[in-house]
Design a protein around this ligand. Structure first.
Ligand code: C2E
Ligand code: CA
Ligand code: CA
Length: 707
């Protein structure tokens, strides 16, 4: 319990000494205390000459009392401190006031002792300074741990620093010097902000404000500026140090992460860019488009996506090799970048497909101008693989209002692009409502068709192919029909392309082949002399490329007992474009080997080289009805039909004219030397039951059967 004592300690000691019967000068007391104290005690005269030292003092210095007296004690001083310590003493003596001093003694055995020395003046009754009383405490342990700590900081691999609340550096270790390139003297005059890259200053200021507001202990990564101007990435952890409720300094530890950062940047660049062109890839485009769409919805703006696809790039790859194809793509990328404006994104989606995201445009006019500029960029040829190449591209544009998904907008742009491709090479098209309707229709058709194939609800019609020499029926072409319960008759021109864009064409084709072969077998059994060239079936490239196609044909023929030369297949020039080329060629060769007849359909509309005519085992050529329609009078020059007829004959092929609608055309073709014809002039495609009538006579004549 407190007694409320407020007395001066010297009065207390006086009364205490008196009660203990110790003389007022306290000599006995001092003796007793000094002898037993666990600290060094000494007495010195005014000038610092030692007059007395207790046992502990002698232990601390390692000297005998006799050696210590006078100025002898200085022998114990560590050589490094002798000078400074003496000047300290000198100052203290002049001032005559108490002082605390740290000192190192070296004992005769060589070991060092750190002491903290507290020295108080002694005054006589008149108040004159007569001498000094000193107390020395051994602080070697504390000193060593401080030194260890200092060494640890100094030699740390991480930069360690302290800074005042404004960011001015108070201390920095060697690693801080190494990382920054500044010397310690320079660093201590600087602010942390002098070391931060200009773009990061704002963020750094915010972080400092946060720390001052008491949010601390954060780990941050920041770009710094070294003395020589080069940039470094560093990760720093720091905390604010409080004293009496106030932030007095920051302590921080920072580590250079430049290498890790660069690697991360490279990796993320690789993940989001196309290696070949360096352009953003599909993932990055979809990401940016997603952001653009979200922004557009918020701001009530519009975003346009353009999809660009090179025309016939497959041919380049197939004929010149992939290396040339790659270097061509590499040459195209910068041209695309040149044609867009800053702010537009150009990406490579893969293959020969590129996409643009256009975030700021006034109206469709402006988009069309941009699209034209992009398409026009293909007018100049490209240098690639040591050669000069001309390519054209088709561009589809879709405009979004922000509510759509990135995938949806890309799909619309894709639809528009295909429509541009179909319309004309090297053009662009804007996705519109008409396209949307066609798209919906296409989806409906696809579903309905899958259903119809499964239910075998398709029907075959047959159109006779006649000899122009004598009007005899040489063959029947099977043409598929789809009677839909709601839509009525759906035309193959509408549903075949839909089936071809899907694997549906394969099952559709097998249904048609199965039916056609079955009918042909029936007719052959009933009218053995009829149809010398058999039944012709149209086959799509996808069907032909299916590896088991030949096997399917062979086994179906066998099932129905039909000789293979009673079957003909019609293929178009499209068969020779693209990667299916080889497999299709193999199938054709195998079928020809079996004796199946092969006609090249729609001849003249595609762009197959004449070489493929010789390379593949065709037996007939069909002149497209586009050229037949051009024949208007009995003396018409009909240059193309004439050329095709002579080409076919020179290759030993049967030449068949399609879409013959008038007697004039039939007669003109006969005089040109065309072998056979089919068309509304002779007969329309009709159901199996109706065509049987033409087969009853071996040399059926259908010249008048048109209608
Ligand atoms: P295609 O192979 O060129 O078939 C001839 C088309 O011309 C048929 O149209 C036929 O009805 C029509 N045609 C015949 N004579 C005349 C004429 O005098 N004037 C006019 N303007 N047209 C005539 P269809 O039946 O509509 O078939 C269209 C196309 O659909 C066919 O063209 C063929 O490429 C494809 N196709 C039809 N059936 C099949 C099939 O079973 N499989 C495959 N893969 N495609 C088929
Ligand atoms: Ca045909
Ligand atoms: Ca045709």
């Amino acid at each position: 319990m407190s007694t409320g004592w407020r007395a001066d300690s010297s009065e207390v000691i006086g009364s205490a000494l008196a009660r203990l019967g110790i003389a007022a000068d306290g000599e006995a007391f001092v003796r007793a205390l000094a002898a037993r104290a666990p600290v060094g005690v000494f007495l010195a005269d005014r000038l610092g000459n030692c007059l007395y030292a207790n046992d502990r003092m002698r232990e601390l210095t390692g000297l005998q009392l006799a050696q210590m007296l006078g100025t002898g004690w200085r022998e114990a001083l560590h050589p490094d401190e002798a000078g400074s310590i003496l000047t300290g003493w000198a100052a203290a003596i002049r001032g005559g006031s108490a002082f605390v001093q740290a000192q190192r003694y070296v004992r005769p055995r060589g070991d060092v002792v750190w002491v903290e020395k507290t020295v108080s003046p002694i005054h006589n009754a008149e108040g004159d300074l007569t001498g000094w009383a000193g107390v020395c405490v051994d602080v070697t342990d504390r000193h060593e741990s401080e030194k260890r700590y200092h060494d640890l900081v100094e030699n740390a691999r991480d930069a360690i620093y302290t800074a005042d609340p404004t960011g001015r550096l108070l201390s920095a270790n060697r690693a801080a010097e190494e990382v920054s390139g500044y010397s310690r003297e320079e660093l201590l005059g600087m602010s942390l902000f002098d070391l931060i890259a200009p773009e990061e200053l704002e963020r750094a200021g915010e972080l400092l404000a946060r720390a001052l507001a008491g949010f601390g202990g954060e780990t941050i990564e920041m770009e710094l500026l070294a003395k020589d101007g080069h940039r470094i990435w560093a990760e720093a952890r720091y905390r604010a140090v409080e004293e009496n409720g106030q932030i007095v300094r920051f302590e921080g530890i920072a580590r250079e992460t430049t290498e890790r950062h660069t690697l991360q940047e490279q990796l993320s660049h690789q993940a989001f860019h196309d290696q070949l062109t360096g352009l953003p890839n599909r993932a990055l485009l979809v990401d940016r488009l997603g952001h653009a769409l979200a922004g557009a919805e918020r701001l009530g703006k519009r975003v346009a996506v353009m999809l660009l696809d090179l025309d016939n790039f497959k041919l380049v790859n197939d004929s010149l090799g992939h290396d040339v194809g790659d270097s061509l793509l590499g040459a195209i990328a910068p041209r695309l970048l040149e044609s867009v404006r800053t702010g537009d994104t150009v990406a490579r989606l893969g293959g020969d497909e590129f996409a643009f995201v256009v975030e700021s445009f006034r109206d469709e006019r402006e988009l069309a101008d941009l699209a034209k500029r992009i398409v026009d960029a293909f007018e100049r040829p490209f240098e690639a693989g040591g050669g000069v190449h001309r390519v054209t591209a088709s561009l589809g544009i879709a405009v979004a209002h922000g509510g759509e998904t990135a995938a949806g907008v890309l799909r619309n742009a894709d639809t528009a692009m295909y429509s541009a491709k179909a319309a004309r090479r090297g053009g662009f098209e804007l996705f519109d409502d008409g396209m949307r309707r066609r798209l919906v229709r296409e989806l409906e058709l696809r579903d309905g068709l899958a259903d119809a194939i499964e239910k075998e609800a398709l029907e075959l019609y047959f159109q006779p192919i006649l000899s122009l020499a004598d009007g005899g029926v040489l063959a029947l072409e099977a043409l598929v029909r789809w009677p839909h319960p709601e839509w009525g008759w759906v035309q193959p021109t509408e549903f075949i392309p839909v089936a071809e864009s899907d694997r549906l064409i394969v099952s559709l084709g097998r249904f048609v082949l199965g039916q056609a072969i079955a009918r042909a077998a029936d007719w052959h059994a009933c009218y053995p002399g009829a149809l010398p060239l058999g039944v012709f079936v149209n086959v799509s490239p996808t069907e032909l490329a299916a590896p088991d196609f030949v096997h399917f044909v062979a086994s179906t023929l066998e099932t129905h007992g039909l000789a293979s030369d009673r079957l003909g297949i019609e293929v178009t020039e499209r068969v020779f474009i693209g990667e299916r080329d080889r497999q299709a060629g193999d199938s054709l060769a195998a079928l020809a080997e079996m004796g199946v007849r092969i006609s090249l359909d729609d001849f003249g509309t595609g762009y197959s080289a004449l070489a493929s005519l010789k390379r593949f085992p065709f037996t007939a050529l069909k002149i497209d009805r586009f050229f037949i329609r051009a024949i208007r009078g009995p003396e018409d020059e009909a240059p193309i039909s004439r050329a095709i007829v002579s080409l076919g004959r020179s290759l030993g092929l049967t030449v068949i004219a399609e879409g013959v609608e008038t007697a004039v055309q039939a007669e003109r073709l006969r005089r040109l030397g065309c072998d056979a014809a089919q068309g509304f002039h002779f007969a329309r495609p009709q159901p199996a039951a109706a065509v049987a009538a033409y087969l009853e006579e071996p040399r059926a004549r259908v010249r008048t059967a048109a209608g």
